[in-house]
Design a protein. Structure first.
Length: 116
């Protein structure tokens, strides 16, 4: 699979995740152990959809992938906040972090690789 095809696959993944976050934020928040961040999860859903659309529409998707990488940083900050001992659902947050880690790695790897 070539890099641009992977970039587009990551974009479609982000769009799907974004719609889940936008349309079912309570379920996503509960699954991730982040019940206090429902509104933020909805905003992140909009960001996921927008960044996915940007990658799909771009002539040079490598530049648009960096938008996804920046969004991954925001996601990571929120997930990290959920790992504190004050969160009774931090195990769910840890599992959510582990679930998204491969996608974060692919975003960064292909943004860098395509940009080279």
């Amino acid at each position: 699979m070539n890099g641009r095809r992977i970039a587009k696959s990551l974009a479609w993944f982000g769009i799907g995740l974004g719609f889940a976050e936008l349309l079912a934020p309570h379920a996503v928040a509960r699954a991730a152990g982040l019940e206090r961040h429902v509104g933020l999860i909805q905003l992140f859903g909009l960001r996921e959809i927008a960044s996915g659309a940007l990658v799909l529409a771009a002539d040079e998707p490598e530049r648009a992938l960096w938008v996804r990488v920046a969004g991954d940083g925001l996601d990571g900050a929120v997930l990290a906040s959920g790992l504190s001992s004050s969160n009774p659902n931090r195990t769910r947050t840890l599992l959510a972090t582990l679930a998204v880690a491969p996608v974060v790695a692919l975003d960064a790897l292909y943004a860098r690789r395509l940009g080279a």
